[in-house]
Design a protein. Structure first.
Length: 246
């Protein structure tokens, strides 16, 4: 967008503030609310259509659900996909699988309070939802992030990435369940902040308003072709600023 680095501030994600201020449900209250016993370790599972990939949503969600069947000792809270293309097909498949497994339960949505409360008590998060990237690290639990939907986003060390394939998902869940990785998740730092994003934004705006400067110097990126030692061409950036009039 042409903004100079000195005018860009990374103060985290406001979604993390919901966790800092949330009045969480007790585990028993949560069980009664969702009418589902949480008497053994469980995972929160959400899978949205993989809009940036060429494969079909149906084939990917089947790989996910077949992988979950490898863990009969666990329970699974499944929340349905969004309204993107392929979402309805995902939801129908999730419903069918959930009806076949007494240790699974599928919900259209849990709402913010119930969902964050479910994260608080779960063993891990599985799927491709942003909540596994942004919110889950606040609870120091592992995330098995499937596919490329969240590719390119900052990630805590508590996140395990894997392709949407049954074998790889099973391997990732096993790793997430290991004592070694549970310890890693407990120590992981959330790159999206600790819940003070709004305060830091307000403080920065207050400082800026003392001496406002609305002039924009467009921060450009100039590309030039160079070559590495092997002679293969690649692009190297050289940055400069130029005034921009609006």
């Amino acid at each position: 967008m042409g903004e100079a680095p000195g005018r860009v501030f990374d103060y985290g994600d406001v979604g993390v503030e919901n966790i800092r201020t949330m009045d969480f449900m007790g585990k028993k209250e949560l069980e009664e609310s969702i009418e589902f016993s949480l008497d053994r370790p469980y995972a929160c599972v959400t899978f949205h259509p993989p809009t940036m990939e060429g494969t079909e949503a149906a084939s990917q969600i089947r790989e996910v659900l077949m992988a979950l069947e490898a863990f009969p000792e666990m329970k699974f809270i499944l929340t349905k996909a969004n309204a993107d293309s392929g979402g309805q097909e995902i939801n129908e498949i999730m419903d069918r699988y959930a009806k076949e497994h007494e240790n699974w339960k599928c919900f259209p949505s849990l709402g913010v309070r119930r969902y964050l409360s479910a994260l608080k008590y779960c063993e891990m998060v599985i799927g491709n939802s942003s909540s596994g990237i942004v919110e889950a690290p606040c609870f120091h639990i592992p995330t098995v992030n499937i596919g490329s939907r969240q590719e390119g986003r900052l990630q805590a060390e508590s996140i395990i990435n894997c392709p949407p394939a049954k074998k790889e998902i099973i391997s990732a869940v096993k790793r997430a369940k290991s004592r070694e990785f549970q310890d890693i998740a407990k120590q992981a730092v959330n790159p999206y902040g600790n819940g003070d994003t709004s305060y830091r934004i307000a403080a920065e705006l207050k400082k800026y308003l003392k001496s406002p400067d609305v002039r924009k110097n467009f921060y450009d990126v100039e590309w030039r072709e160079t070559a590495d030692e092997s002679g293969t061409g690649f692009k190297e950036s050289g940055r400069h600023s130029r005034p921009q009039r609006f």
